[in-house]
Design a protein around this ligand. Structure first.
Ligand SMILES: Cc1ncc(COP(=O)(O)O)c(C=O)c1O
Length: 464
């Protein structure tokens, strides 16, 4: 493919077709705009011209207000390992709610202990504290690290998304080649810009240079062992080993943000596959079984700073719905299931992932468009259930960091992020950022259908 093209005509054509395809969702969108900013509350879901409005979901499929049954690869922001509304979890929740258990928050009970025990056992953490979103988990992990080290600086990866919290809102969206990663939000304390160091994923040399310059002032390095929103790529073994060694050398807290990767690639944390012991791990998404659960897990001597023994120095202590009983029940049910079926679930997900990546690449190739998926495993991560097509202008382009796949002069970002999604929706297939995650509810037939849809999309794109 040649360099950036003007897709405005195709975009208009797709938008008009989509409006005819989904009139009820269009009408609901109009209504939503009367009361909600952009018609909703999570900007990724609020695609242009309007998102499909959901009425139900089961397994690999969701139904929208227009009666379409969409094949869904978004799967709850990649949270669903067993697909939407799996029986194992919905039946446990139904039974509990009918027996008078589930919506009583404000107490604590045995379930929290059981979930914490599973997390410690499966991730090697010494202690766990629950919260309700990934953003709160990463924010509190950073606060713990800053208090523990008495240092100010936080290092993160350009393109890494750690949730909508102050330190996470720097260096997320690609800005320009000269200054790739910028501050994303107004309203933040002005000092924050000076407190966040942005480094490059899978670049050990730059990491060494950054530690040399900032190491003695760094509180923590927060990094995903599998890059999610930044572009679906696993860290190389060398990169994470270097990060661990440098953190040890400079007394820096290593936070592995496993909000996506935790329980997605194995029944536990991904860090374990790298033979890396992080100081703290943040978990959310998959571990909640579809409910809002998140956790900071890791070293007792760091986590205790938010407890009595540590003088309650870090106010990681509120949360009306922290450890919510219905959420804990969903988490326990799912985590127990994943642990018991680990040997079937993860190889199956890996197989479906490999098939999906191959199918997408083949479909585009058959129509003369070069697409290379990210989400492939590497020599540490042996299988992966994640896939997103990238459209690099140079077929040899390295795709190992967010800087590679989000630079519109290197890859056709517009095609991946917007056109592909809208064109697939016309075929009742749902992806976000062009990609998605497999669940055990997906089948080979679903992947074949995705392949056919990709070919139709490719044919449309080729015309322009
Ligand atoms: C790696 C990572 N960390 C943190 C978050 C924030 O999680 P939440 O959306 O639950 O606040 C996300 C969300 O996508 C994520 O992918």
């Amino acid at each position: 493919m040649s360099k950036p093209r003007d897709y405005s005509e195709l975009k208009n054509e797709l938008a008009a077709e989509y409006a005819r395809h989904s009139p009820k969702s269009a009408a609901l969108n109009e209504r939503a705009h009367q009361t909600m900013i952009d018609g909703g509350s999570h900007s990724l879901r609020l695609i242009k011209p309007f998102p499909p409005r959901l009425v139900s979901a089961r397994g690999a499929y969701v139904q929208d207000a227009d009666g379409h049954t969409l094949l869904d690869f978004w799967q709850g922001h990649y949270a669903n390992i067993l697909g939407h509304n799996p029986d194992a979890i919905t039946s446990a929740l139904t039974r509990a709610l009918q027996s008078g258990y589930g919506l009583q928050s404000g107490f604590t009970d045995q379930l929290q202990i059981e979930v914490a025990e599973i997390l410690c056992r499966q991730t090697g953490a010494e202690r766990v504290r629950f919260t309700t979103s990934g953003a709160l988990a990463t924010m509190n992990a950073i606060m713990l690290a800053r208090a523990f080290t008495g240092r100010e600086l936080v290092m993160k990866v350009g393109g890494g998304w750690h949730g909508a919290q102050p330190w996470g809102l720097i260096g997320v969206n690609f800005a320009s080649r000269a200054k790739p990663w910028d501050i994303e939000s107004q309203g933040l304390p002005s000092a924050l810009a000076r407190e966040v160091v942005v480094t490059r994923y899978n670049h050990p040399d730059l990491l060494r240079a950054h530690f040399k310059e900032y190491g003695n002032r760094l509180a923590c390095f927060i990094v995903e062992p599998f890059m999610g929103a930044g572009g679906f790529m696993p860290a190389t073994g060398e990169y994470l080993r270097t990060a661990r060694a440098l953190c040890d050398q400079y007394g820096v807290v290593l936070i592995l943000d496993e909000v996506i990767s935790g329980f997605r690639f194995r029944a536990g944390n991904l860090g374990a596959l790298y033979n890396i012991t992080p100081d703290l791990t943040t978990l959310a998404k998959a571990m909640g079984g579809g409910m809002p659960v998140a956790a900071v897990a890791g070293r007792a001597d760091i986590l205790k700073l938010c407890g009595r023994e540590g003088g309650g120095k870090v106010r990681f202590m509120g949360g009306t719905y922290s450890g919510h009983p219905a959420s804990m029940l969903a988490a326990k049910t799912l985590l127990t299931y994943l642990v018991e079926h680990e040997n079937e679930i993860y190889p199956r997900l890996a197989q479906l992932g490999a098939q999906t990546r191959q199918t997408i690449e083949d479909a585009f190739a058959a129509e003369g468009i070069f697409a290379r998926c990210t989400g492939h495993p590497n020599d540490v991560l042996r299988g992966s259930s994640m896939a997103v097509p990238q459209f690099p202008y140079d077929e040899e382009q390295s795709l190992s960091s967010p800087d590679d796949v989000n630079d519109p002069t290197l890859c056709d970002v517009e095609l991946r992020d917007h056109l592909f999604q809208l064109a697939l929706l016309l075929d009742d297939v749902h992806v976000v950022h062009g990609g998605g995650a497999l669940s055990t509810a997906h089948t080979e037939q679903d992947i074949a259908r995705l392949g056919e849809s990709c070919r139709r999309v490719a044919r449309r794109v080729r015309k322009y």
